[in-house]
Design a protein around this ligand. Structure first.
Ligand code: ATP
Length: 218
């Protein structure tokens, strides 16, 4: 379903969020206080306006409270990021996602009601490190401190085996959610489905169980 998004702050992060949402077919309002940034995003957004995120009247006149999500991607200017977030929540925006610069910024954002706080550089660093240290890990999503979803490459060891034979849940305590084979993805695997070498297994579980499956099961 088509959703309405607004992105405030068009640095590298905000720009890439904006372009991707637009590419996915959503309505995106792009906002920055620098004219040049706004001009650059015009072909990749539904509307683009020059406005200051800390200007309450400007936010109101844009009808900001009607958007499904507002993403605050103001970086270095932590004070503006916090004030913008506060105004958005006071104006009644239901979902405000904010890019945090550091731990203290995050704590303030939590206190003023930001709905989700992201650390793009930190998150990407973790994913890269996970990927680089294990050739079997293709991608990695941290769900909490303990639980993750990982994409693991199926090796020769499991090739030709069905999910019943692998018995991953009983042996390792984690669950195979899907199997990717080339461009195809099986999102509802049944016990008789077989795994082939170089399939990508999408697995959810506790990080210790996932590690055991990666080390011993594959
Ligand atoms: P990135 O790493 O994503 O490039 P950054 O951390 O370097 O971002 P900045 O360049 O500091 O972030 O800010 C991102 C954008 O936010 C800039 O384009 C800047 O003009 C815009 N911005 C900063 N303050 C405001 C504000 N109060 N209102 C609207 N836009 C703002």
């Amino acid at each position: 379903m088509k959703k309405q998004f607004a992105v405030i702050g068009l640095g590298r992060f905000g720009t890439s969020v904006c372009k991707e949402l637009y590419k996915l077919g959503h309505e995106v309002l792009a906002i920055d206080h620098q004219e040049e940034k706004v001009n650059d995003i015009t072909p990749y957004s539904t509307h683009s306006v020059i406005a200051n995120g800390t200007d309450e009247k400007a936010l109101q006149s844009l009808g900001i409270r009607n958007f499904d999500y507002v993403i605050v991607a103001i970086g270095d200017d932590i004070q503006s990021s916090i004030l913008t977030t506060l105004l958005l929540k006071e104006l009644g925006v239901k979902k405000v996602w904010v890019k945090a610069q550091n731990y203290y910024h995050q704590r303030v954002l939590e206190k003023i009601g930001a709905d989700r706080i992201v650390h793009p550089e930190q998150d990407m660093g973790i994913r890269l490190a996970q990927h680089i240290t294990s050739e079997k890990i293709i991608d990695y999503i941290e769900l909490s401190a303990d639980y993750s979803i990982v994409e693991l490459l199926a090796t020769e060891k499991v090739a030709g085996k069905s999910l019943v034979e692998l018995n991953v849940r009983a042996l390792y305590g984690c669950t195979i959610l899907g199997i990717k084979r080339g461009e195809e993805i099986n999102i509802a695997p049944v016990p008789t489905d077989q795994v082939e070498k170089d399939d990508v297994l999408i697995v959810i579980g506790h990080k210790n169980d996932l590690k055991r499956f990666e080390d011993e099961g594959l």
